[in-house]
Write a new protein. Sequence first.
Length: 485
Amino acid sequence: MTLHTPEMVDMRTKFGNAHVKFWQSTDRAKLISDLVRANVKGRADELLGCWAKLLGGNAGILHSFSAQQVLTYLEELHDLRCKYLPLLVQEQLANTENLFMGTVDENIFARLYGAIIPYATVNEPIVIPGNLDYGFLLLRGTIFSHLLRVDQNVMSEGLHAASASFQSGLAVFGTKIGGAGLYLNGTRNSARLTLHDCTISSVNLGSSDFNGIEIVDTVIQQGADFRSSKASFFFVTGSVFQGETRFQKAEFSGRTTISARFFKFPEFFDSKLSDETRVEGIDYDPKQSLKSLAKVDGRKILEGDLLAIRHLRIHAQHKRWLREEVKFFAEEQRVERKLLTLPSRSIEFAISWIYDKASGYGASVTAAVSAFVLFNLAACLLFHALLSLGTVDLPAPFAGYRIGLLSDSIQVENVSFSSYRGVVLGLQNVFNPLALFSGKSLVTVHSPCALSISLFQIVGSLALLALLILAIKTRFQRGSGGGSM
């Protein structure tokens, strides 16, 4: 596949002219011109060299652009992308196959056709208009003294703003960012980062420094890197993190709230969280963890999640965030149950499953109340059904055996309750279990079958009652609120 057809040369020339026009009369005009010339010739080695120089440092005086200059530049590039989109795709594929051979960044040409605004200053607020695909937006090292707002856009190749400064903040609303994703590594002296209702391939905020970070109703598809990042406050709600999420050595000095869904449990190793931290809203499902990284060994994924959960539980225990500690204990137990594969541990698995369903490992009062009520309601209905059924002969191979209860198997002192003897027996087992062995009981049992079911109900009710009391104690005891709120 050739890269030198007249159509492709014309396309590269027009994109190059747009770049040079924007950068004219600056100390970088020649460098941009060299980069464009290499692109027009289809010379991959020269192109990579010019690109490396462009991103290699902050040499020279920063050039200042007005908001109108930036928006005109973006609009011109968008028009060119719309006109030459089939050729852009064709050239990117050709260069990936014939020139790069998988050894360098396969998106380099696609990024050249995006906006190149590195190491510049913009002293006016900018709102990038919506419903357009700008391809790749390079803002490395650029200083924005006013708010940069990206609204309802598409950046199919990514937004790269490493070492940039957003002094009045960066706000991204309803935008889809693909390719390299949102790359803000090393961003300094920045106000608030706001991501609302976005879909982003990946997010990299490693070693960044924002006054605050707010992520709302956003889907991050591949991974989120917050390692060594700093923020005065960190707020995440209604969002979905489908890949690995790392907070190693992150420092959030103010109020931190995380209420989001994670396919893989977030890693907080060596991070510093303030006392104003609420993380019980982390929604994690081991099944999603296995699905999101299906190509990796499932047991290793769960073992990694187990370490991350245990670390956060111990941190919550140290901070006396009792509610969070109970929640993460429950998550830890669920992952450990997933790792129980040996048949010899089937009893342990069953007990763990019942404990989880009955009260969420002591974390859910609602689940404990529901389990207690439903269990005893089922027992009452079982007694009533067996009495209504009477006795029935079982077919082969159980011929000679009968199932059910005779009408005189359960007797009540008050004849007005004779039609509901099974229900009354079930209620007596709940509220006065010792009456079953007393001569003054409201209901007497004359059947080994009914007695066995009653004993099972009594033991189960007491166990569920203990779980309910534990859940209530955990929920309402002093200090369970998760820090000084």
